[in-house]
Design a protein around this ligand. Sequence first.
Ligand code: ADE
Ligand code: ZN
Length: 335
Amino acid sequence: MLNDQLRRVLQQMPKAELHIHIEGSLEPELIFALAERNGVKLAYGSVEELRAAYAFTDLQSFLDIYYAGASVLLQEQDFYDMTAAYLKRAEEDNVRHTEIFFDPQTHTARGVDIKVVIDGIYRACQDSPVSATLILCFLRHLSEEDAIATLEAALPYRDKFIGVGLDSSEVGNPPEKFANVFARCHALGLHLVAHAGEEGPPAYIYTALDTLKVERIDHGVRCLEDKALTERLAREKMALTVCPLSNIKLCVFDKMEQHNILELLDAGIVATVNSDDPAYFGGYMNDNFIATFEALPLGLSHAQTLARNGFSAAFLPAEKKQQYLDEVDAFFAKI
Ligand code: ADE
Ligand code: ZN
């Protein structure tokens, strides 16, 4: 059981969130409100019916519902409202800085202009007191040509996103499928991340590192199956953006007591805690921290390490990063 002091620390400590899909923050109530506003017909009759469908067996069973939920997003204001709602929740959880993933292909495939997507999300970031930057994700179940076309369409808005990522159905869509588009993004000076080792094997983590040249691995929890890889990630201080509640909901681990985040930390890996798709997986940042600390033998020093890791792994200027790290240390010094 979590004592009151540790619970309060987890809630109040300053945090960075580095793995949040903005479309995964769409709460059922907002999905229904936007569906009504835009005249979109949903396959579910009510908020309760939709929520009842959130019983996932693996990543794909989630993605099918997640893409259906995103179908209500049509106007710039819809993207704004979704992002503003997430940032408000993040602020309540004492998130100081967040790097938000968005999936343009989910929207452009439905005829929504990429400008509408980026402008709406970006404007909400500008209006929030939380520091927020954007990472454009390519859907890996689609072709590399589609990713290249998406990058080209996004380039007029290059100043509004800091990096690119790779998400969607992992198994069967290895990182190397996107070698050319990532090389182009690297040349453009964009930050690079990719989902790897969530459901996919350690081999995908190797190719994300060696072929795509990513700077962080999203999830990466399967790295522990390969000792040399585990040692390399620790040696290279390659951060993993771990999403504990997501891993349970998508059956990567049967229950939180079996989650390997403590082993990752003990192996010297820069593991971070993140919410992934908080509206679908039962919680935002604080819920993730609390569920993890309730199930595993983690204490105050782990809380400080995890809070520090979030800022250390962020794509922030060195000076800004140091300010946040000092803020974390000052918070823990007062306990
Ligand atoms: N898109 C949204 N959430 C995802 C996840 N956990 N893995 C892969 N793609 C995603
Ligand atoms: Zn993710």
